[in-house]
Write a protein that binds this ligand. Structure first.
Ligand SMILES: C[S@@+](CC[C@H](N)C(=O)[O-])C[C@H]1O[C@@H](n2cnc3c(N)ncnc32)[C@H](O)[C@@H]1O
Length: 301
């Protein structure tokens, strides 16, 4: 998740893009050595917070910013200097069809942005009524409603087990398949009510959060081939180029950790973070969502 801070009314932000604060910006800039100058690829440019910091670190810096979300790119187009920025729309995995060796640094700030969470029509959040959508890229067909209404038993088991971390999702899946026969799921509220009725004694939001997380990961293919992608990318990076990855939940972080470790064992990468770096307590205080951020980085040998 992309942490953000909502400014109080005294700050009077004019635009949506002004109220999003990227996580661990200084740490990321240092790891990328952005102040030394170079060409950088931000695979998840989002609101352009990290991208703006990269461009601001050295006037000669050049940035390629990529995102699946067309509205995020519109904000970046307004916000970032056109003469030093190239914007790409699509999955960051597409960078493998570009000349990877031109880049001095790569940044991936994984997951969903607070801008996306805050847009009710996206349906990422169970805290407000919305269509069950959850697509970062609205040009794609599969929505969360598509997953819950059309997937078969085994596919749903995989989604909730692997991405929702339910040990035994059998009951959830069977009940969901019965419920959808009566009324197909259309809205976040409908799904929320169903999950709550299934886990009435759970005081926490946990099963609900995990159902929503699982659907979001499936709809956006967030973990699909991520390890292979990172390994391929590292292999093709030029010597001395750096890669920085920020993850926000354990499933992502495990993949990032294993990928960087595998690259280091193949002598392709020097790890710059033996353990993941996390946000300082002052940052967490001002921006509670940064609490779960984990930063891992390496340099191509
Ligand atoms: C955590 S936010 C990034 C925030 C950004 N660093 C900033 O400073 O504003 C994640 C962004 O990555 C995008 N995203 C997530 N996975 C992606 C992928 N596989 N390919 C392209 N964009 C992706 C999302 O659409 C979202 O805008």
């Amino acid at each position: 998740m992309c942490p953000s801070r909502t400014m109080n009314s005294a700050d009077s932000p004019k635009k949506e893009s002004d109220v999003h604060v990227p996580v661990m910006v200084e740490t990321v800039q240092e790891l990328l050595r952005a102040s030394q100058g170079g060409t950088f690829f931000d695979g998840t440019i989002g609101m352009g917070g990290h991208g703006a910091a990269i461009l601001g670190a050295n006037p000669s810096n050049v940035l390629w910013g990529n995102d699946k979300d067309g509205e995020a790119l519109e904000i970046c187009r307004e916000k970032l200097p056109a003469d030093r920025t190239t914007l790409l729309r699509g999955d960051f995995r597409q960078i493998l069809s570009h000349p990877v060796e031109i880049f001095d640094g790569f940044l991936f700030d994984l997951g969903v942005s607070s801008f996306q969470l805050d847009r009710p029509e996206k349906g990422f959040s169970y805290s407000r009524p919305a269509p069950l959508d959850m697509r970062m890229d609205d040009r794609l067909e599969l929505t969360a409603a598509g997953v819950v209404n059309t997937y078969g038993y085994e596919e749903l088991m995989r989604v909730f087990r692997d991405y929702g971390e339910f040990g035994r999702p059998d009951r959830l899946v069977k009940e969901l398949m019965m419920a959808r026969r009566r009324t197909p799921f259309q809205s976040t509220d409908q799904l929320k009510e169903f999950v709550r009725s299934l886990y009435p004694r759970q005081k926490t939001m946990d099963p609900l959060a995990r159902v929503f997380q699982a659907l979001r990961i499936e709809v956006n293919g967030e973990l699909d081939g991520l390890e292979e992608f990172l390994l391929n990318l590292i292999e093709r990076m030029k010597r001395g180029a750096r890669i920085v990855v920020i993850s926000f939940h354990s499933l992502e972080d495990r993949i990032v950790k294993n990928s960087l470790k595998a690259a280091s064992e193949k002598k392709l990468l020097t790890l710059l973070t033996k353990k993941p770096l996390t946000a300082a307590s002052e940052e967490v205080e001002g921006n509670p969502r940064s609490r779960s951020a984990k930063v891992r980085a390496g340099e191509r040998t």
